[in-house]
Design a binder for this molecule. Sequence first.
Ligand code: HEM
Length: 505
Amino acid sequence: MEFPILMTTLLLLASYLLTTHLLRRSSTLPPTVFPSLPIIGHLYLLKPPLYRTLAKLSAKHGPIFRLQLGFRRVLIVSSPSAAEECLAKNDIIFANRPKMLYGKIIGVNYTNLVWSPYNDNWRNLRRIATIEILSIHRLNEFHNIRVEETRLLIRKLLFGFNSGSSQVTMTSTFYELTMNVMMRMISGKRYFGDDNPELEEEGNRFREIVGETLVLGGASNVGDYLPVLSWLGVKGLEKKLIKLQEKRDVFFQGLINQLRKSKGTEDVNKRKTMIELLLSLQETEPDYYTDTMIRNLVLVLLSAGSDTTAGAMEWVMSVLLNHPQVLKKAQNEIDSVIGNNRLVDESDIPNLPYLRCIINETLRLYPTGPLLVPHEASSDCVVGGYNIPRGTMLIVNQWAIHHDPKVWEDPETFKPERLEGLEGTRDGFKLLPFGSGRRSCPGEGLAVRMLGMALGSIIQCFDWERTSEEFVDMTGGLGVTMLKAIPLVAKFKPRPEMTNLLSEL
Ligand code: HEM
């Protein structure tokens, strides 16, 4: 008889300990939203645009709350202190990425720089990207490309104006600029503006691919949260992504093959493009620098870098057309610092504080990556006193932080002056357009240079205004990156005080 009594006592004790442990654990989990439905959890709450829906939920449930999205536990943070805890104190823990369909196909089975988990593969790619490709030294080597492309943009606008067209679609104009800059750095090829229909067609084909990538990236894939739906055949998105990835591979393998063929015939004094540099590393380490690795690295830089930067330029010009007095003040600053004998250069950016404030204030109101890229906790940790179990997906809603009246006075108003004195693009964890910590944007230096010189130069050379009395529509689109929903068309004319300089370009 003694044995069953002992067993029962032990079982009761074990279940008591387990229950109190679970209760204690769940009582220290972040607050959540009621109700969480069986199987789907809170998926029913998610309406686009996600950054607004999540901001509304955090206004109600606090800056640290959790959702159950199908089988995934998701932590959403929307205050500077919570973002700091995740991206600084727990930076290593949250440096992981969740495994999602997009990362599987477009991230090439979670091996590319954006979607790789935090491991040796990611560390290597990040080192190559930051040291070999995006370091200050490499960016300086490519300075001339950006200067030339900015001049060509000015010339194109001038040519258009002289041919009778005083309106321009900024979306494609900025995209052509960033695409030309990036592609020349990557492969030495210039797609737009050389009156070469074949090249333009190739460039447009790639543009379509990038556009599709962004749209599909923004498409919600319920299979990421309810795998059972994928097994039941919700495969449409997966098929589209696979097709898209094949197109991207063909495009880039073509470039690699062309550059491999021309090896040995190139001018020895010419600086190496990104692909040429990676091909030369391939000679010493063929097992690591495979064609697949090279393709994926340059592809990720091009897709992460061209639309985001062009999109940010478009937001800046849109907001300026709605605030002509700010535009005038920026023009006055450029006139007094640079004058009208030469164009704005990247080296002038530190001396143009008001222009920098305009760019940063625009990135505050319209951050190109409103939810950053999702992170994932690789071990248990604590955020804001709450227990966060390993495997929790993290969403940092920077859009909510940037629009929070507790963080920013009068947050919806465009007021560049509020950022006077700010060095760089980050204001603690109140303003983080390029993220923060290990997974922050490695292309920030390049983006800031392109934004400053291109916007500075077009503001210096032309007068800009809206095409009608109506304000420019400032609605954001629904992709992974927040680009404008309606492309900006602007009216412009060369400034009389710039006539001499413009005639020399
Ligand atoms: C990641 C913003 C331009 C390459 C990111 C992230 C943001 C961001 C918010 C996510 C950070 C996180 O997950 O915590 C921007 C903005 C840009 C810009 C606003 C322009 C205005 C560029 C450029 C490049 C680039 C020009 C490259 C040439 C990348 C890459 C990542 C990334 C590779 C992933 C990094 C990783 O996971 O380790 N960017 N970006 N971006 N960005 Fe950018």
